[in-house]
Design a protein around this ligand. Structure first.
Ligand code: 1GP
Length: 250
């Protein structure tokens, strides 16, 4: 079964699916191996790999290591066209629809498309919506775009519906990695109640309780990354997964 179809079915069954994002800049090889094994053992549903500013030239090696040690789908969450690999199962084929920078709306995509075809990885067409979240995030700065206002759900739902009408498979409501404030539950609820395609929510989610509220508000997929920069938090993966899986008894 194709990755996106499989994950949508998982989310349908469990009431939501939980993704852990690995930023290749933040972990060295031996640590990474153990981290990946923990993610799989503790009940997450997929692993995302990527970041909007990767300083380490070891992206390919990271993907390889993650693939070798993961029993879960490995999905690239690319910050640029350089972040593609045949070792991944799929790639979020992101169009930054909250912004009006043509390069990130339909520029890199043209460059990446033939490579994705050649590598044989599944593109998951994603309307990427960056929201304001307290301070300038890397994604906002690097893309040179303005984020969407969180106090205007009408603007958010219109963007998300446009993505659906354009034929995109999902929308990603992004507060930015390490954001001061995660996407408000009201925005998640407004968007997921208005459109028919799955909704990914991430950025600044720091507790299982917050993750559960995103799932209850209608998020199909909940993503966390930054909290695991502190290795003490790795033991919380299972708590996060159970919090997102709202249909499953804990
Ligand atoms: C960032 O949405 C992801 O692109 C995850 O964010 O690192 O803040 O959990 P955090």
């Amino acid at each position: 079964m194709k990755v996106f179809k499989h994950l949508t079915a998982v989310a349908e069954k469990k009431g939501g699916a939980y993704f852990v994002l690995i930023d290749p800049d933040t972990r060295k090889d031996a640590e990474l191996k153990d981290f990946v094994k923990e993610i799989c053992a503790q009940g997450a549903d997929a692993i995302l790999v990527g970041g909007s500013l990767i300083l380490d030239a070891g992206f390919q090696k990271t993907i390889e290591l993650v693939r070798e040690n993961s029993t879960l789908p490995v999905i690239i969450f690319p910050g640029s066209v350089q972040q593609l690999s045949p070792k991944a199962d799929a790639v979020l084929y992101l169009s930054l629809i909250s912004g009006r920078n043509p390069y990130y709306l339909f520029g890199e995509h043209v460059i990446a498309a033939p490579t994705i075809r050649k590598l044989g990885i599944e593109p998951i067409s994603t309307g990427y919506m960056l929201f304001e979240s307290g301070r300038t995030t890397t994604a906002e700065f690097m893309s040179n775009t303005r984020p969407l206002p969180v106090g205007k759900p009408d603007i958010a739902v219109a963007h998300a519906l446009a993505a659906q009408y354009m034929g995109m498979q999902t929308v990603y409501l992004e507060a930015g990695s390490g954001a001061d404030r995660a996407i408000p539950n009201e925005i998640v609820k407004a968007v997921s109640g208005y459109i028919d395609i799955p909704v990914i929510v991430g950025g600044g989610i720091r507790t299982p309780e917050e993750a559960r509220l995103k799932s209850e508000a209608g998020a199909t997929f909940v993503v966390t990354g930054n909290i695991y920069d502190n290795s003490d938090n790795i033991k919380l993966i299972n708590e996060f997964a159970r919090a997102v899986h709202i249909k499953e008894k804990s």
